[in-house]
Structure formats: C-alpha cells, structure tokens
Design a binder for this molecule. Structure first.
Ligand SMILES: [Zn+2]
Ligand SMILES: [Zn+2]
Length: 279
C-alpha cells in the first residue's frame, strides 16, 4: 500500500480558483497519475489560508490576501464528489492554538497536516515577509524553526507533521549552519516523541532548491528511533507530481527500517504495510 496524503488540487497562485480546480475532472487527473504509480490511498490537504474561515485564527497580511474560499464548501466537495480522504494543511500559529483547534474540530477531517511555514510573522519559504531578509543568523533561524516544530507537534492540533525540515527549502541560496545538524533536530524530537504525531516523508524538497527529501535521513532516523510513524506524501500541486520520486522515498524508508505507512480515517490512525511497492 502506498499513500499520497499531501495533495493540493491547485497551485499556490491566487488565480488558481476553487471553482476551476475543485472539480471531479481535476481529481480524476490526480487519480490517473496515482494509478500509474501504484498509489491507491490519496488525500487532499489544501492550505488553510486559502479559506476565509482562517482569518478567525490569524490576520497575517499574506493570509488576508489569500483567504477567498469557503472551507465548508471544500469539505463538502471532497466528501460528496470525490473518493479522496479529506485533509487540510494547517499552520502552527503561536498564540492562536485555541482558535485553530476550534476551526479544525468543527469539521470532520480524516487528518490534519501541520506545517511550520512562519516563525511568528516571518516566512521561511516565501520571498515575501521572508525571515531570511532579517538580520537573524542561520543558526538562530534553524534553532527557532526546530523549537517551533517541536511545539507544533506537542500542540496536539495535527495528525501529520509536514515537511519536517522545511527550513532547508532554499538549499545553497540561503545560509545554513555548519557541521552536524542533529543538534537542531534534537530540539524537535521530544515534542515528536511525546505527542506521537506522524512524521511526513515528503518528496517535495527534491523539487525545491533544497534538492533533498524532507526530512534529512539523519532527522528521519531520529524520529523513527523516537517511535514516530510515517506518512508518505509528494505535496503535489499539479497532477504530474502525484507520487513524484517515490522510488527515492521508499529507498530512504527502507534504509531507516520503516515498513509501514499511516492511514487515516476521521482522525484515527492505523498502519498498513508498504509491501511489495511498485518501483
Ligand atoms: Zn507546506
Ligand atoms: Zn502543501
């Protein structure tokens, strides 16, 4: 069994409207590629900031610009018109945990993918509002990122911890701390271990400047050692990226002894064997 739980039915462009992309025809395009790649278990996790309801949680200017769609209409579409699992990609917003919990608990998601895209008001993976254009050092950004990741795990808001070392997204285009990076991974491990959150192995990093799977092998090994289960995803924003580079991800999973993947239904989790996966 292979899964791809972190799918977006549209690109991050504002012009990529719900009306155009939340359609049975578009979902069929994703299903078709998944079928060719031997992936049966699919779920969609649109960004929470694309929905108006998210402004009850956070009022960042980027969210205000993006919050145009109706979250309940999205949930209805996925449940009634598709055979996809219903997920959402929600941010960990420090200080807004209760408001995020209210928003998430009011809907019957199969799972919630939790992301750290921001350190307070500053973005890790966007040019706009970028934390990298501040005077902060790489060491400080990495330290704060992994501390925040641990807090996100511990918050209990999420089922899956998305792209767990997103801080490397820019690769050589941004400064990176020297030496053994495990001293940063350590900062998140306790939260991951205590919460029992599933850790996402995402091939999206291969399509970014990082040119690496999220998380790095050493970080994944630490998560597995701490008892974490794994959810496998591509973070595709278009059909051709569904299950992208899964052969490489499966090799990584094998190297750290992971033989099972998480399957979610109405926020409860079970493990299924990867088995003789299609390569
Ligand atoms: Zn993300
Ligand atoms: Zn995503």
């Amino acid at each position: 069994m292979l899964s791809d739980y972190h799918l977006h039915l549209r690109s991050d462009e504002l012009e990529a409207t719900a009306a155009e992309h939340f359609t049975a025809t578009n979902v069929e395009r994703y299903r078709e590629v998944a079928g060719e790649r031997g992936i049966a278990e699919l779920g969609v996790a649109e960004h929470i900031h694309r929905f108006r309801e998210a402004l009850d949680v956070w009022q960042h200017p980027f969210w205000r610009e993006n919050a145009r769609d109706d979250l309940d209409e999205y949930c209805r579409f996925v449940r009634e018109e598709t055979d996809l699992r219903l997920g959402v990609e929600a941010d960990f917003i420090f200080g807004s945990e209760d408001r995020m919990a209210n928003l998430l608990q009011a809907r019957d998601f199969d799972y919630v993918v939790g992301s750290v895209h921001f350190l307070r008001d500053e973005a890790l993976d966007m040019e706009e509002y970028s934390v990298w254009s501040t005077t902060r050092s790489a060491e400080e950004i990495w330290r704060r990122y992994f501390q925040t990741l641990g807090e996100a795990a511990r918050s209990g808001l999420f089922d899956i911890l998305a792209h767990p070392d997103l801080v490397k997204v820019w690769g050589a285009r941004r400064p990176r701390p020297e030496g053994d990076l495990r001293r940063y991974y350590e900062l998140a491990i306790e939260g991951i271990a205590e919460s029992g959150i599933a850790v996402e192995v995402s091939t999206a990093g291969l399509r970014k400047h990082a040119r690496e799977i999220y998380p790095a092998p050493a970080f994944l090994a630490m998560c597995v050692e701490a008892g974490a289960s794994v959810a496998l995803s591509s973070d595709a924003h278009r059909p051709q990226d569904v299950g992208a580079d899964y052969a490489q991800a499966l090799e990584l999973l094998e190297s750290v002894g992971v033989r099972e993947l998480c399957v979610f239904e109405r926020r409860s989790r079970r493990l299924e064997s990867i088995g003789a996966a299609v390569r």
